[in-house]
Write a protein that binds this ligand. Sequence first.
Ligand code: SF4
Length: 413
Amino acid sequence: MKFVVDSFGCRSNQAEIQEWIIELEKLGYELTTSPAQAVFGILNTCSVTEKAEKDVRRFVSKAYHNTRIKWLIAGCTVSQDKTVLSHKYKNYFFFDNQEKKRLVQAVCEIFPIDSHMIFHSSFRSRVFLKIQDGCNFRCAFCIVPSLRGKAQSLSKKDITAKVRHYAALGYREVVLTGINLSSYGYDVFPRETLLGMIEEIQHIRGIEIVRLSSLDPRFIKYSFVKELSGFSKVADSFHFSFQSGSDAVIRRMNRGSKSADYLKILAHFRKFFPEANLGADFIVGFPGESEREFQETVKFIQVSPLNYLHVFPFSPRRGTKAAILEPLPAEMVRARALELKELGIQMKLDYRDRCRDKVFTGILIEENPNYALVITRNFLSVRIPPVRGYKKKKLSVRVEGVINENLCEGKIA
Ligand code: SF4
C-alpha cells in the first residue's frame, strides 16, 4: 500500500517524518511521490510562525477538497487547534505532539496490509534523527515550549540502536536534530552530552558523516568547538540560532546572550573548522526593533564570518510574551526581511566562489544519465559529469564553478 508524506517546519519535523517512513517501509508500506497512487498521506505540521501555520491550513484545505487521499496529520498545528481541525476535516486523523508516538500503530490499524515485504528506497543516503525534543527556555517569540513541553533527550542506547539500524539500511549520513539540540543530555541521569553522543555515533560502521542541525549559542564554549573538531566524521557545516545581532533586541527576545558572544563563537568555529559553511537564523521585525537596531544586525552579519542566513519575518504567536507587544508595520517587516534575504544570497554566492578549485569530500546522492549529484561535508551541492557505481559512496570532488547560490559544478578529484 502506497503513501505520500509532507512536512512543514523544522528539521525535527523532517526527522520524525523520516522515522515514520522507515518504520512503515519496514512493515511493508511503500512511499511514493505520486499522490495519484497513494492511499494515505502523513503530514507533520508547524506553528512556529503565523505563515507556517497558514501554509499548513491551506495545504490541508486543498488536500481535503481535491484529493481522495486520507491524511494523518500530526504536530504543532494539531496541538494548537485539534478540536477545530477534527471538526472541520472529519475523514482525517489528527495527532497532537503527545499522540504522535502512536502514529505508525494508527496507520497499521486504519490501513492494514498483509504483505511483509520490505520496500526500501535505495537512493536515500541521508537520514534525520531527532535525539531531543522540547525546550526549557522561554524565548519571547516562541510557542514551541508550550506545544512540545520540557526538554527530553532520547537515551544513548536508543539513539545508537537507531543509527546502527539506519547504517544497515544503507544510510551514510546522519543529521542529528532536536528542538534544542544543544541541550541534549541535560535532563538524563547520569548526564549525557552532545559531544559524547557524537563520539558514540561516529564509531558506528557505515556512517560517514554526522551533521548537526541548529546549535543554541548559550551552550557553546571554546572547549566544545575544540573537542568537536577532533571528531573526524563531523560535517563541516554549522548552523546557529542567533535571531538578532542587536544586543537590545536579543535582550528583549529573552535570549540572554550578546552579539559579542556570537562573534566569539564564530571565531572559535573558524579557528577549528577553517573551511566550514557557517549559517544562522535571524528574526527581523521583532516588536520595537528600531531602524538602528536592525542596522546593528546587518552590521553584525557583515563583520561576521557567516556564509548563509535563514531569515524569518517576525509573526506573533498566540500565548507568547511577544504576541502582546505592539507589532511593527507589516511593510517594514517585509522590507527588512527582503534586505537580509538578499544579503544572505550574496553570502552564499561568495562562499561558493571561495570554494572554487578546492577539493571536498561528500556522498554521491544521485546518479542519472546526464549528471550525478554530490552533497559535500560542508553542505555544497556539486553537480558532476555522470558516473556509475558511486551511489551512496564517499568521494572527493573539486569545485570548478558556481551555477547559482544553491548549486556548484565540479568533477571527481
Ligand atoms: S530556545 Fe527559544 S526559540 Fe528555541 S525552542 Fe526554546 S524557546 Fe523556542
